[in-house]
Design a protein around this ligand. Structure first.
Ligand code: ZN
Ligand code: ZN
Length: 275
């Protein structure tokens, strides 16, 4: 299969293929692509409502827990805190890859409720990669906020009910959980920044250049059709080792062997909807 970069948002390296053959004249990638337009119309008011509630709850719980982490800080925990934060970031990066790989590779927009709510954005992102840069804060972050509400609520409950001695003992674990929650919550915002080529704040570009968050050039590797590698989108730290281990390919071979399902068949179906 011809490998094509299907991004259009920036100058520089990407080559956007001209439409050829039977699809000539129809938009190949981007907001005019027929599949992308159809997917965009499936964003419903109910879905929006779920996202608003998720963002409000998540950020309130995050602020509450952050204040309690500061209030319970002890210098003696310093190395455990650093270790906890690094482990939390690595876990978030791996989780981002696993969820992204799962949604890109399996399932269908036609699945009841789940398909339109959670698979749709992944399909849209491949055929219109710049759509994410036009999404507002709520649409960008709503789903990830929903994921972290329960663990953040559990942590808040612990701060309210445990004795100071128990909080002291669990503190490194809370640092791990909090770093994990922060990076899971921010994953799609970081992903959006990796597609944004104009007007990014200097500190975001610095974090990208230092590879503390997903760099733009690094994420481009995933956007080469057929989108079969570099699924981690939080920091991207695990992309190279997982690719070297053929981790995603092995997982796909195993699942295909057991279920007979072909990887990325729904993604390919949407990519081919040019009319
Ligand atoms: Zn993808
Ligand atoms: Zn992307």
């Amino acid at each position: 299969m011809a490998r094509t970069v299907n991004e259009s948002e920036c100058g520089g390296e990407p080559r956007i293929p001209e439409p050829q053959g039977p699809g000539r004249g129809a938009a190949r990638w981007g907001p005019q692509h027929a599949g992308a337009r159809e997917l965009a119309t499936l964003y419903s008011p109910g879905k929006r409502c779920q996202e608003v509630i998720s963002v409000v709850l998540c950020f309130s719980l995050m602020a509450f827990n952050f204040i309690h982490l500061l209030a319970n800080f002890h210098l003696g925990h310093l190395w455990y805190i650093v270790l906890g934060i690094v482990a939390g970031i690595l876990t978030a990066d791996f989780a981002s890859g696993l969820v992204h790989w799962g949604a890109d590779t399996w399932g269908s927009v036609d699945l009841p409720i789940f398909g339109k709510a959670f698979i749709r954005p992944f399909r849209e992102h491949h055929i219109d990669p710049t759509a994410i840069t036009r999404h507002d804060f709520i649409e960008t972050n709503g789903d990830n906020c929903m994921l972290t509400i329960v663990p953040l609520a559990n942590m808040a409950f612990n701060f309210l009910t445990l004795s100071p001695a128990d909080v002291y003992r669990n503190y490194p674990w809370y640092c791990y959980l909090f770093a994990l929650a922060i990076f899971v919550t921010l994953t799609n915002q970081i992903h959006k920044w990796s597609h944004t080529y104009f007007g990014l704040p200097g500190w975001v570009v610095l974090l990208q250049d230092l590879h503390i968050i997903l760099p733009r050039k690094h994420h481009r590797i995933h956007h080469v059709s057929p989108h079969e590698t570099y699924f981690c989108i939080t920091t991207g730290w695990l992309n190279y080792p997982l690719e070297k281990l053929s981790f995603w390919k092995s997982l796909e071979d195993l699942i295909q062997g057991v279920t007979g399902e072909k990887p990325r068949s729904d993604d390919l179906k949407w990519a081919q909807k040019v009319k």
